[in-house]
Design a protein around this ligand. Structure first.
Ligand code: HEC
Ligand code: HEC
Ligand code: HEC
Ligand code: HEC
Ligand code: HEC
Length: 479
């Protein structure tokens, strides 16, 4: 008997270890959720600062904490009494992965402790409260994990942990903290060396190629770094794009990059390229010459030729600054710019954990605890869209079940090509009752789960319009 217990002990211990591995930090309290995201979708940074510097290691994370709703309470965005910590598991130091800390005093006039960034942030610590969200700015992360100092890992997962004032762990999440050193002046085969670039620069306005290290933004203003630059001199974005406009229109020659592929997510999957939103290299420079503020005036999702006013940013604000449904940032549901969900496997980790599948955070109950009967984000009703496998025989609105339906109904659709899909419910007299879906999808098969609270008993037409054509089905609602 005693012997049996002893032989079992290691197994029990292993199960315990496995459990703490699968559920780091132990039990989660389902009352709260935390959603995190990176502000830009990609941060590039130089690795070698000895000669010239475009951008330092400087990563920003944001998060919102939601107290889940239930039958009687709406969900609530909370900050008071909460503490959020950040870390990047597997990436605990940066000194040696870059020589930034050998040059930060000459470049930025500050003497920083090792592994501390320009704002004082380290590679782990507490996030700060800013309005209705938590944030940490200037995390000096490199794309090299502790275990691999040679190959970039540009899409590492951060770990954000939410604690109450008694230090109980309430929830965790794992957003991508993207960083790349793929600034390709030399590696793209364009310039022989960084010194070569400096020798090509006109020796005017105090520019001396031998006075290294050189911060380009010291003389050419940069809104990314907040440097005012020399009076009268063009911004870094204007001179760099203008200088290269006749040499290349390939953004990945400088932005990260052929390896990193920073433009990912649904926009990329649907075939859009940088130029579709930003114009050519020449346009980027020209628009600044004509008054555009680099970094602060960028394309809008809500432009009429794009998604229109129903899906717009707040007036005068960028996507990353705008809030929508319930006071949540657009990014809380859609992810970061250039990584609009569904993104790559790492980008998708957070929403798979929150709602069970990748894509826009759209499952109402994740925040509401229940499925509310009113209209949700963008005035849309509770529909959850999940990609399904198998091979359906026909395109369009394949089936509706059950029919007659009660409070729930499942609509199966098949899209032969990437397309915008509009799924609307009409009364038999031809009047539209509600819109269930209006958005773009990759080709595929989807199951749309509809909560029918907004439909009274009766007979309706469910109509699907896509690039493949129009299809419809008569549906009886009987609750
Ligand atoms: C000490 C100040 C100073 C620094 C630092 C500096 N520049 Fe300049 N840069 C200038 C001045 C002044 C001009 C304008 C020269 C002229 O009239 O064409 C200029 C012009 C340029 C131009 C336009 C040249 C052309 O032929 O049109 C480019 C491109 C440029 N700089 C890039 C850079 C880059 C990249 C860095 C960082 C490696 C940098 N600069 C750092 C002062 C500076
Ligand atoms: C679907 C449209 C779209 C495409 C495609 C796109 N961008 Fe953007 N880009 C935006 C929007 C919108 C912003 C402003 C985002 C914000 O800051 O809220 C932006 C901002 C930027 C910025 C400023 C930093 C930032 O995120 O605010 C850079 C740099 C940039 N884009 C480069 C690129 C490059 C390089 C590509 C291609 C590899 C690209 N973009 C593709 C829409 C797009
Ligand atoms: C020759 C290198 C190079 C090429 C090619 C290039 N960029 Fe850039 N780009 C830069 C650098 C360097 C910065 C950072 C400027 C700063 O720090 O202010 C930048 C910044 C930007 C920004 C943010 C500043 C702003 O003007 O709003 C956008 C947007 C941008 N690039 C878009 C593009 C797009 C789109 C393309 C391709 C059509 C492209 N770039 C091609 C080097 C390049
Ligand atoms: C990421 C979290 C989140 C998701 C997902 C979400 N909601 Fe909400 N919702 C909120 C928050 C926060 C509020 C604000 C409650 C308040 O006003 O106090 C809210 C408010 C509402 C309200 C009250 C009216 C209003 O607009 O303020 C309705 C109705 C609603 N949501 C419906 C939905 C539906 C339907 C869905 C799914 C299609 C949904 N929500 C998805 C967080 C969420
Ligand atoms: C609570 C989550 C939530 C928030 C916050 C939110 N959205 Fe959405 N958004 C959605 C959902 C869900 C859909 C998809 C609707 C559907 O299924 O048709 C959507 C659709 C969109 C689309 C249409 C995509 C397409 O395929 O045509 C755009 C554009 C968009 N949102 C932009 C924004 C902007 C800009 C903001 C911030 C001002 C924002 N959203 C805030 C949940 C959200």
């Amino acid at each position: 008997m005693t012997k049996k217990i002893i032989t079992l002990l290691p197994i029990v211990f292993m199960i315990f270890l496995l459990q703490s591995f699968l559920n780091p930090g132990g039990e989660k309290n389902e009352e709260y959720i935390i959603i995190g995201w990176n502000d830009l979708g990609m941060h590039c940074a130089n690795q070698d600062f000895s000669k010239l510097t475009v951008l330092p290691p400087y990563n920003n994370l944001n998060a919102q904490v939601i107290k889940r709703g239930n039958e009687t309470n709406w969900p609530e965005i909370v900050t008071t009494g909460m503490n959020v910590t950040y870390e990047v598991p597997g990436n605990t130091y940066s000194v040696g992965k870059t020589n930034f800390w050998d040059y930060e005093d000459q470049l930025f006039g500050v003497n920083l402790p090792d592994n501390t960034g320009l704002t004082g942030a380290g590679l782990s610590g507490d996030m700060e409260i800013n309005g209705t969200h938590f944030m940490i700015e200037g995390v000096p992360l490199t794309p090299y994990t502790d275990n691999n100092l040679t190959t970039e890992d540009p899409y590492q997962l951060a770990l954000l942990s939410l604690y109450d004032s008694q230090n109980n762990l309430l929830a965790t999440t794992q957003p991508v903290i993207p960083v790349s050193n793929e600034i390709n002046c030399v590696s793209s085969g364009c310039h022989n060396s960084e010194m070569n670039i400096l020798y090509e620069h006109e020796q005017e306005g105090g520019f001396n190629p031998n006075n290294t290290p050189i911060l380009c933004a010291e003389c050419h203003s940069s809104n990314a770094l907040g440097t005012p630059g020399s009076p009268g001199l063009e911004s870094l974005s204007e001179v760099i794009h203008d200088k290269h406009k006749n040499h290349t229109n390939d953004c990945y020659k400088c932005h990260p990059g052929p390896e990193t592929q920073c433009h990912r997510g649904i926009m990329n999957q649907l075939g859009m390229v940088c130029q579709d939103c930003h114009g050519s290299v020449a346009n980027v420079a020209q628009s600044i010459a004509q008054g555009r503020e680099p970094w602060l005036e960028e394309p809008n999702c809500g432009a009429v030729e794009c998604h229109g006013p129903d899906y717009a940013e707040e007036p005068g604000l960028l996507f990353r600054q705008s809030k929508g449904h319930g006071g949540l940032y657009c990014s809380a549901c859609h992810g970061s710019p250039h990584a609009i969900l569904p993104g790559n496997d790492r980008d998708n980790v957070q929403n798979v954990a929150l709602q069970g599948y990748a894509g826009i955070l759209q499952k109402c109950s994740v925040c509401h605890g229940i499925t509310p009967s009113g209209a949700g984000p963008h005035g849309l009703f509770a529909t959850s869209v999940e990609e399904v496998s198998g091979e359906l025989p026909v395109a369009g609105l394949v089936g509706v079940s059950p029919n007659p339906a009660g409070n729930h109904i499942k609509v199966t659709i098949k899209l032969e090509q990437p397309t915008r899909a509009d799924l609307d419910v009409y009364a038999l007299n031809g009047q539209k009752v509600v819109s269930l879906i209006k958005r773009r999808f990759p080709a595929g098969q989807y199951e749309v789960e509809v909560v029918t609270d907004m439909l009274e008993n009766g007979t309706y037409l469910f109509v699907l319009n896509t690039r493949d054509g129009r299809s419809q089905q008569k549906v009886i609602i009987s609750k």
